[in-house]
Design a protein around this ligand. Structure first.
Ligand code: ATP
Ligand code: MN
Length: 538
């Protein structure tokens, strides 16, 4: 039994209730963690040098198994709903004790890190991992303190990550044997039964979404961000798979971050120190920055090799469609150091509309921006599931419902205030289908989406003609540099116009229905931005 590595010597594990009887490895280097992972047969090295791991049964987040402790602190502040599911403090304490006794005789990897690139909001995090690759994930994704800082580090929050521990639903009151539980009073995130690394990063995101808007007046956002040559910051909101990571990696702009940011009085800052990119169908040609970041130190999750080689086949999604890679942000060539930019000039709402209804780019009025922000629309395609052909509609408020502990109006009010005060241009980008719905049309070409965003950023759309979308009222440019004008109005891309009109009406109806819950609080300006369902003439 031994302690190895660098740590704050005044801290011992017993102080948090862990009577540890095995090896503990503190703040090891990526190289050491890589070696441990390979030696323990928990991962393999790909030809690019990246580490490839299998995250086990869970290859994505489990939102139904995410719990929040309900106590005097959270009772009246958390918006209790189907993504903020309560457990009693007693339940949490029991689980905590069980997890610690599970870890007592196992080797553990401990990491000191922090969130928030702006020092004013720095949140120190100590992670205890059952697996070395889980610890390397935290090295990649959170911000990295210096060795000097580590020696005196005292964490604000703990993450205890025990994928091999299984809860008992009868005894522990969980839904299943896996769980991710947050205790805002004790400041602990407890994860068991799942090895999906994204639970750790999105756990801390949830913490920041609770703390920053309430106590600091900072808007926390599920978005990517980058900065151009004239120091103009752009922010890209969007749900999973809509293109935040892909579109923010732009060789002409410095990356601030790919997923989580805060908006202060005068800055946009990254919460994280790394990126977590989707790998499905990744090519060097389409996404060179991301492709080139997949080198020694990066961790690939749930990818497969070409048979008989250790070369990754990014088209192979036999384990999951959600194959991922994590790497420190420095692996991207053109980045902002530190990860802080000025106030945003442009905001893009990314949606992957699999119905092929929304225009590929449109400009929003402030009322429309509020309406779309509260709606948080995207559509997921059914993927590989047999027999399922219809895309799934999703409304996820503020483009991030699963990570928002507070009521959506808290974020929307801050968003509205800041957008107006700083006169930000807001654009809606459909990275989804064109020429028809999923099954008929195809996904918008990435190069076209990039060209539209570039045109918006460079002011090339300031002087072009716009026309209004009949149902959604969105302003669509009639021309755009480097984009065929025929694709700018989605109705033009459909062979069957009446089929388009019907789909547009259907989608509008869903928007209106979803918005009913906000109607009472929304003013006329926002309500006037609702799509208009055209009455059917028989
Ligand atoms: P998450 O929140 O899960 O990290 P994300 O918003 O970062 O999701 P990306 O990782 O950027 O999403 O995923 C977008 C995926 O869609 C990528 O695999 C990308 O290659 C693909 N794609 C295809 N066409 C487009 C397009 N026109 N615009 C953006 N992405 C596209
Ligand atoms: Mn992403």
């Amino acid at each position: 039994m031994q302690e190895t590595g660098l740590k704050n010597q005044s801290f011992n594990l017993e102080s948090i209730g862990l009577r540890h009887n095995a090896n503990s490895y503190w703040n090891l280097s990526p190289e050491q963690l890589l070696e441990h992972t390979v030696k323990l047969n928990q991962g393999l090295l790909a030809s690019s040098g990246a580490l490839v791991v299998d995250t086990g049964k869970f290859k994505g987040r489990a939102p139904k198994d995410k719990f929040t402790v309900r106590d005097t602190k959270t009772e009246n502040t958390v918006d209790w709903n189907n993504v903020n599911i309560s457990i009693e403090p007693q339940q949490f304490d029991n689980l905590y004790k069980k997890v610690l006794s599970y870890l007592a005789d196992k080797d553990i990897w401990v990491r000191d890190s922090y969130a928030c690139a702006d020092p004013k909001y720095r949140l120190n995090i100590r992670v205890i991992n059952e697996h070395p690759w889980g610890n390397l994930f935290c090295y990649n994704m959170f911000l990295r303190p210096t060795n000097e800082e580590i020696k005196s580090m005292n964490p604000d929050w703990y993450i205890i990550n025990a994928p091999g521990f299984h809860a008992s639903p009868q005894e522990d009151g969980t839904r299943s044997d896996n769980f991710s539980a947050i205790d805002f009073t004790k400041r602990i995130i407890l994860i068991g039964g799942t090895g999906y690394t994204g639970e750790m990063k999105k756990g801390i995101f949830t913490v920041l979404n609770y703390w920053l808007p309430q106590e600091k007046g900072v808007l926390s956002m599920h978005c990517s961000a980058n900065v151009g040559d004239t120091d103009d910051t752009a922010v890209f909101f969007g749900l999973s798979g809509t293109g935040k990571t892909t579109l923010s990696a732009d060789s002409n702009r410095r990356l601030i971050g790919d997923d989580e940011h805060g908006w202060t009085e005068n800055t946009i800052f990254n919460f994280e120190g790394g990126c977590y990119a989707k790998c499905v169908n990744l090519t060097q040609e389409n996404e060179p920055q991301i492709y080139n970041a997949i080198k020694r130190g990066a961790i690939l999750e749930n990818t497969e090799f070409y048979p008989g080689t250790n070369t990754v086949d990014f088209k192979n999604i036999s384990k999951t469609e959600n194959t991922r890679v994590s790497y420190p942000i420095e692996f991207i060539e053109n980045i902002m150091v530190p990860s802080i930019g000025g106030l945003p000039k442009n905001i893009f709402f990314l949606t992957c509309d699999a119905f092929g209804v929304l225009p590929p780019i449109s400009k929003l009025t402030p009322g429309q921006a509020m309406y779309q922000f509260l709606s948080g629309y995207t559509a997921k395609v059914a993927g590989t599931e047999a027999g399922v052909t219809e895309p799934q509609l999703t409304f996820s408020t503020c483009f991030g419902a699963p990570f928002l502990p507070l009521h959506p109006t808290k974020y929307a009010e801050l968003f509205g205030e800041k957008m107006r005060k700083h006169n930000v241009n807001v654009w809606l980008i459909n990275t989804g289908w064109t020429g028809g719905p999923y099954g008929v049309g195809k996904r918008m070409k990435l190069s076209y989406t990039r060209a539209m965003i570039t045109a918006a950023l460079n002011g090339k759309l300031d002087r072009v003609e716009f026309k209004n979308h009949e149902v959604f009222g969105l302003m669509m440019p009639v021309t755009c540099p480097n984009v065929p004008h025929e694709i700018l109005d989605p109705r033009d891309t459909w062979a069957d116009k009446s089929a388009y009109d019907e789909k547009a009406n259907n989608l509008a109806t869903q928007f209106v229905k979803n918005f009913e819950k906000y109607a009472a609080k929304a003013n006329d300006e926002i309500m006037n931005a609702a799509p208009r369902v055209v009455a059917k003439v028989e």
